[in-house]
Write a protein that binds this ligand. Structure first.
Ligand code: KIV
Length: 293
């Protein structure tokens, strides 16, 4: 199973692209970027990424919630549909939000179907292994490719100090490796590994058959994923250790908006070039009519 072999409609052209599995086989690093609406999806695709993820990180970076646990299915579906409209050449993966797949296999399949049918996703992503393994099997059996997620699981974090690297002791590292192997065996099409030591991610990559996409997991994986707003400097405040900014988006945007505000206040905007003209005789006729009322 790979992302391009999905049965869902949508993404014209995505099945023509090399699959993520093929990129792994060829040793070509996979580039995954999150996007949450039409413009961010267009930007991600124009930048040439291999796959776009509508992450539930939308909860934080788009909707301003304190946790990914707060975003609802309906909120994420609105964003997913918008991103789908912007992505037509690469696969689109949709995150299943907290609470939308854990209760039972039937619930998991029903939610995954909504993300495919209503959101236009080519695959869905869910967090965890263990009790989630049957959920993965059920969704895969329903014909929907699944991306697994191990290591730091933001949906399981309940206090701010929970956002920390995972797998730094023997037991935890072994569990993450075993979880990864179990997700592979359950039929996942790819695996996201978040915030684990590079050496542990390398152990995972060597032991699974599917593409491993790291975030804070070093370079000995098959690809990288970052959050759009982190990558392009749109956020405020502390960024995780693994984030490297490639643009100062917020600075550029605040500066643009501030200069426009200054121009409005100084009477420099709008200029004549921004203004619609009207023929003098038309204006005279309007004034005359107004004069009569
Ligand atoms: O929600 C998200 O953006 C993610 C990525 C960090 C992988 O799950």
């Amino acid at each position: 199973m790979n992302l391009a072999s999905r049965t869902a409609p949508s993404a014209a052209g995505s099945s023509a692209l090399p699959t993520l599995a093929t990129l792994r086989e060829r040793g070509v690093p996979i580039v995954m970027l999150t996007a949450y609406d039409y413009p961010t999806a267009r930007i991600a695709q124009a930048a040439g990424v291999d796959v776009v993820l509508v992450g539930d990180s939308a909860a934080n970076v788009v909707l301003g919630y304190g946790s990914t646990r707060e975003i609802s299915i309906d909120e994420l579906l609105v964003l997913t549909r918008a991103a789908r409209r912007g992505v037509d050449a690469v696969p689109l993966v949709g995150d299943l939000p907290f609470g939308s797949y854990e209760p039972s296999d039937d619930v998991a399949v029903a939610t995954a179907r909504r993300f495919v049918e209503e959101g236009g996703c080519d695959a869905v992503k869910l967090e965890g292994a263990g009790e989630m393994i049957p959920r993965v099997r059920a969704i895969v059996a329903a014909g929907i490719p699944v991306v697994g997620h191990v290591g730091l699981l933001p949906q399981s974090v309940v206090t701010p100090d929970g956002y920390r690297a995972q797998g730094r002791d023997v037991e935890q590292a072994l569990r993450i490796v075993e979880d990864s192997i179990a997700l592979d065996a359950a039929g996942c099409a790819a695996l996201v590994v978040e915030a684990v030591p590079a050496a542990v991610a390398a152990l995972i990559t060597a032991r699974v058959s599917i593409p491993v996409i790291g975030i804070g997991a070093g370079s000995q994986v098959d690809g990288q994923v970052l959050v759009f707003h982190d990558l392009l400097g749109l956020g405020e405040g502390h960024a995780a250790k693994f984030v490297q900014r490639y643009a100062e988006g917020r600075t550029v945007l605040v500066d643009g908006a501030r200069r426009w505000a200054e121009d409005v206040r100084a009477g420099r905007y709008p200029a004549a070039s921004h203004t619609y003209a009207i023929a003098p005789e038309t204006l005279a006729a309007i004034s005359e009519r107004l004069g009569r009322v």
